[in-house]
Structures are given as C-alpha cells and as structure tokens.
Write a protein that binds this ligand. Structure first.
Ligand code: HEC
Ligand code: HEC
Ligand code: HEC
Ligand code: HEC
Ligand code: HEC
Length: 216
C-alpha cells in the first residue's frame, strides 16, 4: 500500500512552528533596526569636486554659516551656495590655485559646481530646517563640528530613532535667546536647561511624535 503521508510529514507542525518563530524574529529585527537610532550612514564624507574647506572658511576665518547657507533659517532646505558667493572673494583671492581655477572656470561657463550631497533623507520623510532653527536648535546638534571639518562628514545617523530621541528630550539642544544657532562652541548650562524646561512646560515648543508629522 502506498503511503499517502510519508513519515517526514509528521515534522510539518514542528517546521511550521519554527518558521513562524523565525519570521517573528525577523519582523522584530527589522522594526528594531529601523527604529533604532543606530541605523546609519555616519561617517559618509564624499570627495567633493573642489577642495573647499569648512575648517578654513568657517573655522579659522570665522565666517558665519548663513553667509553661504542663506535659506537655512527661512525655508525647509538649507541651500548650498552658488559659485557667485565664492567669487565675491575668489575673483581676487588665490587665483593661482588650481582649485580656485576650477571654480572660476565653472563660474565663467555659467555652470554650477556639482557638489555631492552628504546628508540625505528619503523622500517619504519630511524635514524643515527653519522650524528647528526658529526654536533655537543649533547646527551642531545635527551636523557636529562642521567648523573643524576639512571635508564635510555625516556625524549623526539621521534615522527615525535619532529624530525621536531628540523630540522626546530636546532640552539639552535648546539654546536660549541671544545664543546664535551657528555658534559651534555652545554647550547646555543649568540655566539653559531650566529655561528650556519652562518653554516645553508652557507648550511653546512641541516636537511631534505622531507619524503624520514626518510622514505626510
Ligand atoms: C563660504 C561658504 C560656506 C560657509 C561659510 C559655510 N558653508 Fe557649509 N557648505 C558650503 C559648500 C560649498 C558646501 C558643499 C560642499 C561640501 O560639502 O563641502 C557646504 C556643505 C555643507 C554641509 C553638507 C551639505 C550636504 O550635502 O549634506 C553642511 C551640513 C554645512 N555645509 C554646514 C555648514 C555649517 C554648520 C557652517 C557654519 C559653521 C557652514 N556650513 C559654513 C559652503 C559654506
Ligand atoms: C570671505 C571671502 C571668501 C569666500 C566668500 C570664499 N573664500 Fe575660499 N578662501 C578665502 C581665503 C582668504 C582663502 C585662503 C587663502 C590663503 O591660502 O591664504 C581661501 C581658500 C580657499 C581654497 C584653498 C585654495 C588652495 O588651493 O589653497 C579653496 C579651494 C576655496 N577657498 C574655495 C572656496 C569656495 C568653493 C567658496 C564658495 C563656497 C569660497 N572659497 C568662498 C576666502 C573666501
Ligand atoms: C534638527 C536637525 C538639524 C539642524 C538643527 C540643522 N540641520 Fe542641516 N540638515 C538636517 C537634515 C536631516 C538634513 C538632510 C535634509 C534632507 O535630505 O532633506 C540637512 C541638510 C543640510 C544641508 C544640505 C542641503 C539640504 O537642505 O539638503 C545643509 C547645507 C545644512 N543642512 C546646513 C545646516 C546649517 C548651516 C544649520 C544651522 C544653521 C543646520 N543645517 C541645522 C538636519 C539639521
Ligand atoms: C536636536 C533635536 C532635534 C532633532 C535631532 C530633530 N528634531 Fe524635529 N524638532 C525639534 C524641536 C525642538 C521641534 C519643535 C519645534 C516647535 O515646537 O516649533 C521639532 C519639530 C519638528 C517638526 C514639526 C515642525 C514642522 O516642521 O512641521 C517636524 C516635522 C520635525 N521636527 C521633524 C524632524 C525629523 C524628520 C528629524 C530627523 C531627521 C528631526 N525632526 C530631528 C528638535 C529636533
Ligand atoms: C520625528 C519624525 C518622525 C516621526 C514622528 C515618525 N517617523 Fe518614521 N521615519 C522618520 C525618518 C527620518 C525616517 C527615515 C529613516 C532612515 O532613512 O533611516 C523614517 C522611516 C520610517 C520607516 C521605514 C521605512 C522603510 O524604508 O522601511 C517606517 C516604516 C516608519 N518611519 C514608520 C513610522 C511610524 C509608523 C510612525 C509613527 C509611530 C513614524 N514613522 C513616526 C521620521 C519620523
């Protein structure tokens, strides 16, 4: 007589149970990964077409970030400057340098410099610079010590878990009035922490945690 259910089929319930467990572990793993602040592109620092240095211009020369990133306070996106902005100085400064000659050539041809993007959120996540700058969150909280970088490098993961970590406890990142958001040296003080706590308590500052705030 032929066997309709060969012996190994006795194992099916066990295999099914094991598979279900494995699938469960995978789902937990995927969720944990995406929601973890550590899911990350930290360290990404593409080589740029012109060896522009923030350490020199923003650090040593002390230029304000907003001289070049003019839109950061007023709109969702921080712009990278047009070569016009650079030429304010480099029409005359270091015209012997091959790097400046690349800049001048692009400028004279009316072509943009193709800077590589360093920080990039996926399209489905909404972010607005001005909303953060307005309440006193400094550039350093999200971009690190750009004034010490020869080449810009991503220092924070920009993951959902990272966004939420600050939204749940923003006080250490909130600067009091009078401290520039571009100040790279600022650290929270007990005064700034209590002032921040008061603004949060008064619901003057309300970082959202609901999904539709960032996924619209
Ligand atoms: C003289 C103009 C200038 C000044 C001043 C300046 N930047 Fe930049 N910034 C640039 C240019 C050009 C780029 C694109 C090339 C690069 O990444 O180095 C850039 C890129 C960046 C990026 C990376 C953008 C991306 O692609 O994700 C960040 C972040 C940034 N700047 C922050 C700052 C901060 C913070 C300051 C002030 C401490 C500052 N910048 C001052 C010109 C400037
Ligand atoms: C406020 C004036 C000013 C602006 C604006 C400015 N620079 Fe400069 N840049 C300087 C000075 C000053 C130096 C240093 C010159 C020296 O070596 O003594 C310099 C040096 C450089 C160098 C190094 C040149 C070399 O070979 O050593 C590069 C590259 C450069 N700048 C690119 C840029 C770019 C790109 C921009 C626009 C995003 C820009 N600069 C905007 C003043 C400026
Ligand atoms: C709360 C976090 C946060 C703060 C504060 C912040 N940034 Fe950003 N920045 C980001 C994120 C996130 C991106 C990537 C945006 C995207 O891909 O849409 C970004 C991108 C940029 C870019 C690339 C251009 C763009 O908009 O994609 C520049 C330049 C920049 N920031 C400069 C600055 C400067 C200058 C300051 C301070 C005046 C600042 N940022 C403050 C989070 C921040
Ligand atoms: C260092 C702290 C900090 C980080 C990091 C941060 N935020 Fe915020 N965010 C805030 C604060 C504080 C507010 C409240 C602003 C207010 O009440 O006006 C806010 C408000 C917002 C808002 C509501 C205002 C608006 O633009 O509609 C959105 C959306 C938002 N954040 C998205 C993000 C996203 C996406 C990220 C991660 C890529 C992020 N934030 C990272 C501090 C932060
Ligand atoms: C403060 C802003 C913010 C809030 C609030 C938020 N998210 Fe996100 N979310 C993000 C950002 C930024 C990313 C992209 C992270 C990355 O690139 O790694 C993301 C990514 C995701 C992803 C990953 C998509 C993929 O590529 O697999 C899912 C799923 C998600 N969010 C669901 C949610 C749900 C559900 C909620 C509400 C409980 C929520 N988010 C609330 C900012 C937010």
């Amino acid at each position: 007589m032929s066997v309709i259910f060969p012996k190994w089929t006795n194992q099916i319930p066990t295999i099914a149970a094991l598979s279900a467990m494995l699938a469960g572990v995978c789902v937990v793993g995927i969720v944990w990964y995406w929601f973890s602040p550590k899911h990350t592109d930290v360290g990404y620092a593409p080589k740029q077409p012109i060896a522009y240095s923030h350490k020199l211009h923003a650090g040593l020369m002390g230029m304000d970030c907003r001289y070049c990133h003019t839109a950061v306070e007023v709109g969702p996106h921080a712009n990278v400057p047009a070569s016009e902005t650079c030429m304010n100085c480099h029409k005359g400064v270091r015209i012997d340098s091959p790097e400046i000659q690349k800049l001048t050539a692009a400028h004279q041809a009316g072509l943009p410099v193709h800077w590589d993007k360093v920080h990039l959120l996926p399209d489905y996540a909404y972010f607005n610079h001005a909303a953060h700058i307005r309440v006193g969150v400094g550039c350093k909280s999200c971009h690190g010590r750009v004034d010490q970088m020869e080449v810009v490098r991503q220092v924070e993961p920009l993951s959902m878990g990272w966004c939420l970590e600050c939204h749940r406890d923003p006080a250490p990142h909130l600067r009091p009035e009078g401290v520039a958001v571009t100040d790279m040296e600022w650290l929270p003080t007990s005064d700034s922490l209590s002032a921040a706590a008061a603004r949060l308590e008064a619901r003057e500052i309300r970082p959202p945690e609901h999904c539709s705030a960032c996924h619209r």
